[in-house]
Design a protein around this ligand. Sequence first.
Ligand code: KIV
Length: 271
Amino acid sequence: MSVNKDVKRVTTQILQKMKLQGEKISMLTAYDYSLAKIVDHAGIDIILVGDSASNVMAGHETTLPITLEQMIYHAQSVIKAAERSLVVVDIPFGYYQGDSKKALNSAIKIMKESEAHAIKLEGGREVKDSVARILSAGIPVMGHLGLTPQSIYKFGTYNVRAKETEEANKLIEDAKLLETLGCFAIVLEKIPANLATKVAEEVKIPIIGIGAGGGVDGQVLVLHDMLGITKEFSPRFIRRYANLNEIIDEAVKNYIQDVKQKDFPNSNEQY
Ligand code: KIV
């Protein structure tokens, strides 16, 4: 049941209220105007202009190649469509790590040029100066811990993170640090469900999971995965709500056939 479905615009304060009221937060990615419009109209709480655009939109193997300018282009398209949802934009790899001034400039550029509502970045203590500096400018920051795809070459695989006690303890401390710094929410990606539940219980800000079980405050999926547009990527945590790959394939094949057989356009489909 949605307690907050009538809000005109989802804000970070409303997300906090949702956590307190026990209403789960829904979040999906979008990278373009047309799909963002459908997702927003359906009532999603948060649209993430994720750097997964690097894989999904641009066909790169990892999220590392996408640029700040490309992220802003996607965000500009999404923001025009988002009437109710909070729009969060990923700062891509190379634009915030190890240099808090650069991080602030990147966040300001995203906010100014896209008119998005918040930014997301990956990491805990390693990026604390960047997080603090961005927050000092009044820009809401969403954290991202666990499997952080921008660090794929450090991890070596996309396997579940924080299964061992040492990494799990570090993740809990990092979540508490992000909360203390002033982040409004944290994404936890691909970690054991009991660890994610513990984090959601121990911090007051909303915890949004992807492959982190049902004990957190909300869920996020990549839109193209849950719609069944992408087929190659099939981790256990994805639920396919449609099979658009097959639907589009069939539609395109029918169109090709109609063109070849001179069935399209017919006399009603011309001037
Ligand atoms: O870029 C993205 O799509 C993300 C989600 C997986 C949370 O960061």
